[in-house]
Design a protein. Structure first.
Length: 124
C-alpha cells in the first residue's frame, strides 16, 4: 500500500484508539473521525479498496501496541526529518481528537504521553 494511504488508515485507527481509551466513545469523537474520512473522500481520489479499509477501520477497537507498531511500520524508509514531520501530523491529529469531547481524560493523557515518549525516542 502506498505510504499516503497507509497514513490515512493509520490516522483513522489512531483516532479510534484515542476515542475509545477513556471508556467512552463520545459523539463528538465519532463525528471527528467520520468527518475525517468524509473529508478524505471529498478532497482526494482514494481507491475503493482504501475507502473500504477506512470504513472497516471504524468498526474496530485498537490497542496502543497496534498503533505504535503500525506507526513504526509507516515510518520505515523515511529520514529523521520526514519522520519528525509525520509524527507532528499524527500528534496534531491526536490532540484535536482528544479535545473533541471538551475534556481530556487521564487515560487519554497517559496514552498520549506514552505515544509521545515512544516516538520521541524512536525519531531521535
Amino acid at each position: 500500500m502506498e505510504k499516503k494511504y497507509e497514513m490515512m488508515v493509520l490516522l483513522a485507527k489512531t483516532g479510534l484508539f484515542f476515542a475509545h481509551c477513556d471508556g467512552e466513545y463520545d459523539r463528538s469523537e465519532e463525528r471527528f473521525i467520520t468527518d475525517y474520512i468524509r473529508n478524505l473522500s471529498e478532497n482526494e481520489h482514494i481507491p475503493d479498496s482504501i475507502m473500504v479499509m477506512l470504513h472497516d477501520t471504524i468498526k474496530q477497537v485498537y490497542t496502543l501496541d497496534t498503533i505504535l507498531e503500525d506507526t513504526r511500520a509507516l515510518l520505515e524508509g523515511f529520514n529523521k526529518d520526514e519522520c519528525r514531520a509525520i509524527i507532528q501530523v499524527i500528534k496534531d491529529f491526536i490532540t484535536r481528537l482528544i479535545v473533541a469531547d471538551g475534556r481530556i481524560d487521564s487515560n487519554e493523557q497517559q496514552h498520549f504521553n506514552e505515544w509521545m515518549l515512544f516516538f520521541k525516542e524512536y525519531c531521535d
